[in-house]
Design a protein around this ligand. Structure first.
Ligand code: HEC
Ligand code: HEC
Ligand code: HEC
Ligand code: HEC
Length: 161
């Protein structure tokens, strides 16, 4: 009986460790650039670098750049458990993976081509609720949030789709 319990506990620990180490990690925008930087397909990387999301850390001055209260919304990496950081930097501000999910597992060509496989490997589809986790009254500079208007400003759709 004791032996059985022990085996059960050990398997549980191994299982828990296995799922924890399979967590998706944040790789940073440079890793997405090589495939999502083509003008005829929507120029996602360039459009992001021209958006205020990519420069969000530039708005924080002095100690604000280390203040978790500001990093929470101004930086993807600045608001992460360090175990999940794999290549992404605090300086890149509100990065791709805030809206699309951590890319360590979905970023390979074979997986990315397949929407369902990408979702199984960490891809998320951004919606209004996700935007509102930052675009809300907790922001000291909140200017209101209209989803249609704000989405249009950052849009990087593939024109062929
Ligand atoms: C090896 C090339 C490659 C890399 C690296 C890559 N992607 Fe992709 N991605 C693709 C391809 C191919 C598609 C499918 C065709 C398309 O929609 O352009 C795709 C599709 C997508 C889509 C639409 C997915 C859907 O099914 O709705 C998103 C969002 C996306 N990628 C985000 C990212 C992000 C964020 C990164 C970096 C973490 C990244 N990709 C890295 C090749 C890549
Ligand atoms: C992780 C937090 C976060 C999320 C999620 C987020 N944003 Fe932002 N967004 C910011 C920050 C921070 C700024 C301001 C950057 C700056 O100017 O320093 C910003 C700025 C913007 C701006 C520029 C506003 C202006 O004054 O010109 C637009 C447009 C925008 N976001 C749209 C969106 C949309 C649409 C979504 C959802 C698809 C979204 N954001 C999700 C944090 C976020
Ligand atoms: C709840 C999320 C959130 C928090 C927390 C937050 N910000 Fe922001 N911040 C935003 C968003 C979103 C914007 C873009 C303004 C808008 O369109 O509402 C922004 C814009 C800014 C701007 C640009 C103002 C302008 O007029 O364009 C500055 C500066 C700024 N934030 C500083 C800070 C500082 C300093 C802190 C920490 C004390 C902080 N923010 C905390 C979300 C946040
Ligand atoms: C603030 C959130 C946000 C950020 C940051 C962001 N995206 Fe997106 N992305 C979206 C939304 C919302 C869509 C849905 C389509 C649209 O309106 O552009 C989208 C769509 C896409 C698509 C699918 C395009 C299509 O029509 O097939 C790709 C690929 C993509 N993003 C890649 C990226 C990459 C790469 C980065 C970083 C360099 C990035 N995104 C940064 C919110 C974001």
């Amino acid at each position: 009986m004791l032996k059985k319990n022990l085996i059960a506990i050990i398997s549980l620990v191994i299982f828990a460790y296995g799922t924890a180490s399979a967590q998706f990690e944040y790789v940073g925008a440079a890793k997405c650039k090589m495939c999502h930087n083509k003008p005829d397909k929507g120029d996602q990387y360039k459009k992001w670098t021209e958006s205020k999301h990519a420069t969000a850390m530039k708005s924080l001055v002095g100690d604000e750049a280390k203040d978790p209260k500001c990093l929470k919304c101004h930086s993807t990496a600045g608001n992460l458990d360090s175990k999940l950081v794999s290549g992404i930097t605090v300086e890149e501000g509100v990065s791709c993976e805030t809206c699309h999910g951590p890319g360590s597992k979905y970023k390979s060509m074979a997986i990315m081509k397949d929407h369902n496989k990408s979702v199984e490997n960490g891809l998320i589809t951004p919606d209004e609720a996700l935007c509102r986790t930052c675009h809300n009254e907790e922001s000291p500079n909140f200017k209101g949030f209209d989803y249609a208007e704000y989405s249009a400003k950052i849009s990087h759709k593939n024109p062929k789709k």
